[in-house]
Design a protein around this ligand. Sequence first.
Ligand code: AMP
Length: 501
Amino acid sequence: MNGNLYHLFQSRFPKDRGRVFIELADGHTYSYADLEDISGRYACLLGELGVEKGDRVAVQVEKSPEAVFLYLACLRAGAIYLPLNPAYTQSEVGYFLGDAEPRVVVCQTETEKAVTEVARKAGVAHLLTLGQNNDGSLPTRARGLAPIEGCCAAEPDDVAAILYTSGTTGRSKGGMLTHRNLGSNAQALHETWGFRPDDVLLHALPLFHTHGLFVATHCVLLNGTGMLFLPKFDAETVLRLLPRASVMMGVPTFYTRLLARADFTAESCAHMRLFISGSAPLLEETFHEFQTRTGHTILERYGMTETGMNTSNPLDGERRAGTVGFPLPGVEVRVCDDDGKPLEREEIGVLEVRGPNVFIGYWRMPEKTEAEIRPDGFFITGDVGKIDARGYVHIVGRAKDLIISGGFNVYPKEVELCIDRIAGVAESAVVGVPHPDFGEAVTAVVKRTPKSATPSAEDVIARCKTELANFKVPKQVHFVEDLPRNAMGKVQKNELRARFA
Ligand code: AMP
């Protein structure tokens, strides 16, 4: 049995290969036959460039159907796909190329000159370009080639992709994900979210991250159905396309942006079956507002680059605000103290996960791998949380975001939840900044709702005092227009710590 992930996908493609795989916002479509043809020709070109099993192919391009086909071509050729955020600077790209030593780099036509320079320094053998309109040397050179048949034989434990973690501190680490990791997770999600033969997914996520590349795209490929494919999230276009979609996956920001529009109504969602959220915490307020406005209950799930998805709220059964649901089939989740001793339900500690979804380690960093994967196979996620009495998993923050003030542990999430309940607050982020006396001082950064002049800093502090122990009450409160977020909607706490130190 071929363990190649593409082999699994192919077994699920529709018999009628003329069926739509991707439809763009302008109505242009690509069928499953196109998928097989284009990815087969790209795989042929990679072979001609000398790409062998296990060689890395680094790709820094904007989102396009061809970028999806290039990913599939790498699987088919047995190469290791290495996606890079187009926002990375040349010096960042230089680091990734030096570390991963890819045989081939694919970049945008616009960045060719600059990338050629860093690729040369890293000793990369071949550079190809791919524009957003099917232009560039990759599609041109692949045009006359004969598509390869099927895909090369792979073992389930062969590496299929390396995704560098966003790494807010220190060097970015390349998480090695195998065909088994990706395939098992895709199957668990496809089953858990009850994909149906008539489902149409609205895809507005980036393609360089686990969420858009794996979670969303793999569910569609396993379902053998189509997706409405947007270059990026744009509320106007999403609203226009929602009546033709049945499933949407998004980061919380997608949902708050939709709610900010008065023309987003229950009617807009009449054709929808499921809204899924992840990659960053969904505010309870957003969860409830969405429910009231549309009648739909957002399903929140939790995962990360190194593990794919770990938990999900149920499709049937209660989806609880502020929780990320239950472990997926085949995945074990436990909460431990710093020494790895499992804790009781309701106790807060670090989440650890084990299962076929968990990556095999960091590229060329055996010490880091050893430090984060326990001998019994549990991966230390670095997320702090608990499992409640009913078995729902809660996340209260990242271990590195934990604030230690005057020797007491403060979980930012608890303080944020208290502040978010104050009238006039849109959202908040709580961080620790250096303090001569307390070590770290709890500091709140608050975004008020539009046009609201309240609460004041004193109001926030007074309210926290009524609900929280004194050591958790913010010493300072700052107001901002917007919280800084990265492409996946995560609040950049490092930036806040630096700004308010
Ligand atoms: P990434 O590797 O970029 O996907 O980031 C993974 C991290 O995002 C996790 O370790 C969590 O800290 C966070 N995350 C993902 N999903 C959720 C969620 N539903 N709620 C809270 N945090 C989340």
